[in-house]
Design a protein around this ligand. Structure first.
Ligand code: ADP
Length: 356
């Protein structure tokens, strides 16, 4: 059985108590504050204006037709709000969100089990959809397009195809690597959207809202601004830093959060004024010191750092690219002039020219 989290917002009339109990158990205690902080409705969702507008139109149209909403593909770095959007859509549709991930759906039976449990207009959120096994992906096509699943029972001369008709549902796929999706899968999503990093004003609003939910008082506006500019454009990081700042202010100070206490708290966490942490700096230093500023392949950097190439590509590189510290060329990764200035090393322009 796939590892899935069933998150029920409003109990639906047909839902059994067993299902409800399983749902409660399946949500880890540490997720409780995350569930609280997540915006529940579209109008509470901060930033990503274009996406919010596209969703508002699609949801309103679907409700008018009395049908499920279009399937949605969301791509972008982790922590930008893809899971949150899935919950918001379910809430707006008055339905439930079933949460699972590509690697958790190891067998076709896992997917069939989940899809057949769903009621009309429910949302199936598949995180890391690019890691869905090919054997499971085949079952998704007719489910998305024709709302049916053809399941083969037995094999050889006893093989029998059973067709299961599904309730109208919305599939939300999330990925950090849209490029790894097959064309067949990508083309079955009615809406595809790339989530952008948040600007500082939006991050401040997200932090302001979170202080209320976390019952934090005595937080200066410039403290929130100081956290926002160190959050790498990412709400998840902003909220994590806010909690560290809260702990610091409670233990080391009077409980009052000022810009100064933010700087002290985040310096302890190894987060600098640009929001870069020790892993980012190690990554940049490896390119500068071990590979002369680049170009160097990602696998070589990962091997030197004893880290996973996919993690570096998903979690470290997008923000360094956004900052203009990194250039990705055909020959490999290169440091830019601003990255060299940041590290205080000499910039070798020819390394970049070699890659163009
Ligand atoms: P992803 O699925 O893209 O990794 P999540 O949806 O889990 O990201 O979001 C990470 C955290 O950031 C959650 O705690 C969520 O509440 C918060 N968050 C994300 N987007 C927003 C937003 N637009 N407004 C407020 N909080 C947000």
């Amino acid at each position: 059985m796939a590892k899935e989290r069933i998150v029920t917002r409003t109990a639906t009339p047909g839902e059994s108590a067993v299902e409800g109990a399983a749902a409660t158990r399946a949500v880890r205690a540490s997720d409780a504050y995350i569930a609280e902080i997540r915006p529940k409705r579209l109008q509470e969702y901060i930033g990503q204006k274009e996406l919010v507008e596209r969703l508002r139109i699609a949801i309103t149209a679907a409700k008018k037709r009395g049908d499920a909403m279009e399937h949605v593909l969301l791509h972008g770095p982790p922590g930008l709000g893809k899971t949150t959007i899935a919950h918001v859509i379910a809430e707006e549709m008055g339905s439930r969100a079933f949460v699972t991930s590509g690697p958790a759906l190891t067998k076709a039976g896992d997917l069939v089990g989940t899809l057949t449990k769903m009621h009309a207009n429910d949302v199936l959120f598949i995180d890391e959809i690019h890691r869905l096994p090919a054997a499971v992906e085949e079952y998704i096509y007719p489910a998305m397009e024709d709302r049916r699943i053809d399941f083969t029972l037995d094999s050889g001369m006893h093989a029998k195809v059973v067709t299961l008709n599904l309730e109208p549902f919305t599939m939300i796929g999330a990925t950090t690597r849209a490029g790894l999706l097959t064309n067949a899968l990508r083309s079955r999503f009615g809406i595809a959207h790339h989530l952008e990093f948040y600007n500082e004003a939006d991050l401040q609003r997200i932090l302001q809202r979170a202080t209320g939910i976390l019952s934090m008082t005595g937080v200066d506006a410039d403290a929130l601004a100081a956290i926002a500019c160190r959050s790498r454009g990412t709400p998840r990081i902003a909220i994590r830093l806010l909690r560290r700042v809260r702990d610091y202010a409670q233990v080391m100070g009077t409980g009052h959060c000022t810009a100064e206490s933010v700087m002290k708290a985040l310096a302890l966490e190894g987060v600098d004024a640009l929001g870069l942490d020790e892993l980012d700096r190690k990554y940049l230093r490896v390119i500068a010191q071990t590979y002369g500023g680049g170009p160097v392949g990602l696998e070589a950097i990962a091997a030197t750092l004893a880290d996973d190439a996919a993690t570096l590509e998903d979690a470290i590189e997008p923000y360094l690219l956004q900052l203009g510290f990194l250039a990705r060329t055909r020959q490999g990764r290169c440091l830019t002039k601003s990255a060299c200035e940041y590290l205080g090393v000499e910039f070798k322009s020819e390394s970049l020219l070699g890659g163009s």
